[in-house]
Write a protein that binds this ligand. Structure first.
Ligand code: ADP
Length: 355
């Protein structure tokens, strides 16, 4: 049975959302309303137009697809949208919706104009996706009963709702599913100035004294353009300052704390560096297939593709070619490695052509 969380705008939305997103307990740092949501200006502009038009026409909002790397605020935005619409959010995770019946029972519970949030929608089983199409288009679900000689189709009507799908891999969505979203919003990595604002807000919510610009800079520049990382670093740094420096926090203490965490000046952690080193040393700088790199590292290729690679691509440390991944000179310079020889050791069996 799929786990589902229902969140009314009044009832501690951050707690339920955090749990629905897979986190344990509440997350007081999650923005609740659009004016608390920092950055992503382009995306918010499109969303605000859609929300205003929906209100003027007194309709339910079109289905929305949110895509981008993890930790950039997709789940938070789903909560914000439901709050702005004044409706309830029902949050489920795609892989947990194992049967059509899970989807039906969720949709049956929903009030008119409620929001259904499906995280990791690219991992929705194909059989469930089939039920979703007529639900998205006509707010009905078709069931086949007595499958065999005389199949009978029963149609179930559900209340109008807005589906918000979140994915780190828009490319894995089937064409029919993608085409049923009226609005597709792409998340970008955050600018340092936006991360500084997020850190300032989070520090205030955590009851910390105001942070100086240099302290904020030291954390923002190591946050990989990602609010979830920024908030995690803030908590680590706060612990470190409390235990080692009586709570005092400045840029030098941030550097000390994050060096202890193995995070370097631009935010690379041990896994990022291991990935780049493997590509440089085992595969001569590439091109190498993702599966080969993952096997060498003993890591899951999905984690590398979702969590490690987007930022390395963003900072220009990695390029994806039809023949596979290649390290760049900027990356080898950063790590103090010799320049790549490209293509010295490649197992062709592992090459991918779908990049
Ligand atoms: P995703 O669903 O994309 O993985 P989340 O919505 O769970 O990301 O965001 C991770 C955390 O980062 C949130 O708990 C929140 O504290 C913070 N966060 C994300 N986006 C923003 C934002 N735009 N403004 C302020 N905080 C944010």
């Amino acid at each position: 049975m799929a786990k589902e969380r229902i969140v009314s705008p009044e009832a501690q939305p951050q707690d339920d959302l955090a749990a629905a997103a897979g986190g344990a307990g509440g997350n007081p740092l999650r923005p609740q309303r659009i004016d608390e949501y920092i950055g992503q200006a382009e995306l918010l502009e499109k969303l605000e137009i859609a929300l205003a038009a929906t209100r003027q026409r007194d309709e339910s909002l079109e289905h929305v697809l949110l895509h981008g790397p993890p930790g950039l605020g997709k789940t938070s935005l789903a909560g914000v949208i439901a709050a702005e619409l004044g409706t309830r959010l029902h949050a489920v995770s795609g892989p947990n919706l194992t049967r059509g019946a899970n989807l039906v029972s969720t949709l049956k519970k929903m009030q008119p104009r409620d929001v259904l949030f499906i995280d990791e929608i690219h991992r929705l089983p194909a059989a469930v996706e089939e039920y979703l199409y007529p639900a998205m288009e006509d707010f009905r679900i078709d069931f086949t009963v007595d499958a065999g000689m005389h199949p009978k189709i029963i149609t179930l009507q559900v209340n109008p709702f807005t589906l918000i799908g979140a994915t780190t891999r828009a490319g894995l969505l089937s064409g029919p599913l993608r085409s049923r979203f009226g609005l597709a919003l792409h998340f970008r990595f955050y600018e340092p100035e936006e991360l500084r604002r997020i850190l300032t807000r989070s520090a205030a919510l955590l009851g910390m004294p105001a942070l100086e610009d240099a302290t904020l800079d030291a954390m923002a520049s190591r946050s990989r353009g990602t609010p979830r990382v920024a908030n995690r670093l803030l908590r680590r740094v706060r612990d470190f300052a409390q235990v080692r420096h009586d709570g005092r926090l400045d840029a030098a203490i941030v550097e000390e704390a994050l060096a202890l965490e193995g995070i370097d000046v631009i935010g690379l952690d041990a896994l990022d560096r291991a990935y780049l080193r493997t590509l440089a040393e085992t595969y001569g700088g590439g091109p190498a297939g993702l599966e080969a790199i993952a096997a060498s590292l003993g890591e899951d290729s999905g984690t590398l593709e979702d969590v490690v690679e987007p930022f390395l691509l963003q900072v220009g440390f990695l390029v994806r070619t039809r023949q596979g991944r290649r390290i760049t000179d900027a990356a080898t310079t950063h790590l103090g490695l010799p320049s790549p020889r490209h293509g010295a050791v490649v197992d062709p069996g592992f090459l991918e052509f779908d990049v």
